[in-house]
Design a protein around this ligand. Structure first.
Ligand code: NAD
Ligand code: UDP
Ligand code: UDP
Length: 313
């Protein structure tokens, strides 16, 4: 049994990860400031004596005894990370420093939840790990993109300078139950709009693409990444290479829900990446043949089932 710290543990991904680690027989410390996460996501775990929620902000130092750290704390939806961009940078950068300091003191292994956003609006397609990206340093998305890029730098430098055992996972768009209905990301927005019969809001003409990974596939990959040999530091792309346009995502969700919602077009978001697709060759090699198992239709159906209950439809 290991004692594992999950920062951002009350969030969408974090809560699923805490659940998995507990079921694998570990003790889990779930650290969160509840900015975009919710106690509701973890309330079902509270009876488990091996689960320990801690209300804490990663921008402040945190002293504890841990064997492994999954560093997930950071708002992930553009709506929320742009709400207080300075705080977003602090969370990524100071959060990384504090968690790396803790990992160094305890000789703990530490995994960073990085993002496909480090590639910005990519000029190389699909994105491979050795592509450095195309990122605006002073735009609306910069607090997130550059914060996460700096966190990667810190991880690599703590590894080189202090021999901290690190793992960097570059996560591409992930969806599933426990996204907040008002989270603002595309899958939850479209599902909630479709279920309520409201207009489906596409930013731009909907030709921009993303690749959507279901939460259970992500959790499996994160656990495997943490368990790779020490020489595997990443960065490693984690995503599902099936590329879909935002327009076709809207049509799929309308079709699955049987909604009579109409699609409407809004102004394109500033610096919105035009296309995105992971090259997951490296993940396949270092994560024991890992590949996404849940197809988009199936994952959307499960997520729609969750939101039906969540918003009482
Ligand atoms: P989320 O917003 O649901 O979860 C983030 C969690 O971090 C929330 O519980 C929030 O309250 C907490 N948090 C935020 N700032 C904090 C702070 N200063 N101190 C302590 N806790 C704080 O988002 P998510 O989708 O679960 O994302 C989790 C992580 O994965 C994030 O780091 C995100 O950047 C990364 N990621 C997610 C995706 C995705 O598609 N979901 C893609 C790439 C990377
Ligand atoms: N830190 C922490 N928990 C620990 C050890 C360190 O939160 O168990 C924080 C502390 O704020 C420190 C930062 O991590 O400033 C970086 O630690 P490091 O040892 O790298 O540097 P230093 O202590 O010299 O600042
Ligand atoms: N998007 C959209 N309507 C919405 C929310 C998002 O058209 O209500 C688009 C957004 O402009 C982007 C894509 O969907 O092109 C994915 O957006 P999201 O905020 O989910 O994540 P991103 O990958 O941009 O960080």
């Amino acid at each position: 049994m290991k004692r594992i710290l999950v920062t951002g543990g009350a969030g969408f991904i974090g809560s699923h990860l805490c659940e998995r680690l507990l079921s694998d027989g570990h003790e889990v410390l779930c650290l969160d400031n509840y900015f975009t996460g919710s106690k509701k996501n973890i309330v079902h775990l509270m009876d488990n004596p091996w689960f320990e929620p801690v209300r804490h902000d990663v921008t402040m130092p945190f002293y504890s005894e841990v064997d492994e750290i999954f560093n997930l704390a950071c708002p992930a939806s553009p709506v929320f990370y742009q709400y207080n961009p300075i705080k977003t940078v602090k969370t990524s950068v100071m959060g990384a420093i504090n968690m790396l300091g803790l990992a160094k003191r305890k000789n703990a292994k530490i995994l960073q939840a990085s993002t496909s956003e480090v590639y910005g609006d990519p000029k190389v397609h699909p994105q491979v790990e050795n592509y450095w990206g195309y990122v605006n340093p002073v735009g609306d998305r910069s607090c997130y993109d550059e914060g996460k890029r700096c966190a990667e730098t810190l991880f690599m430098d703590y590894h080189k300078q202090n021999k901290v055992r690190i793992k960097i996972a570059r996560i591409f768009n992930t969806y599933g139950p426990r996204m907040q209905p008002d989270d603002g990301r595309v899958v939850s927005n479209f599902i909630v709009q479709a279920l309520k019969g409201e207009d489906i809001t596409i930013h731009g003409d909907g030709s921009q693409t993303r690749c959507f990974l279901y939460i259970s596939d992500l959790v499996e990959s994160l656990v495997r990444t943490m368990n790779t040999p020490d020489e595997v530091t990443g960065p490693v792309n984690i995503g599902k290479p099936e590329e879909v346009s935002i327009l076709s995502l809207a049509e799929k969700i309308i079709s699955i829900t049987g909604s009579d919602s109409k699609i409407i077009f809004r102004p394109v978001r500033i610096d919105d990446p035009v296309k995105r697709r992971p090259d997951i060759t490296l993940a396949g090699e270092v994560l024991g043949g890992w590949e996404p198992a849940v197809d988009l239709k199936n994952g959307l159906e499960k997520t729609i089932g969750y939101f039906k209950k969540e918003i009482n439809i």
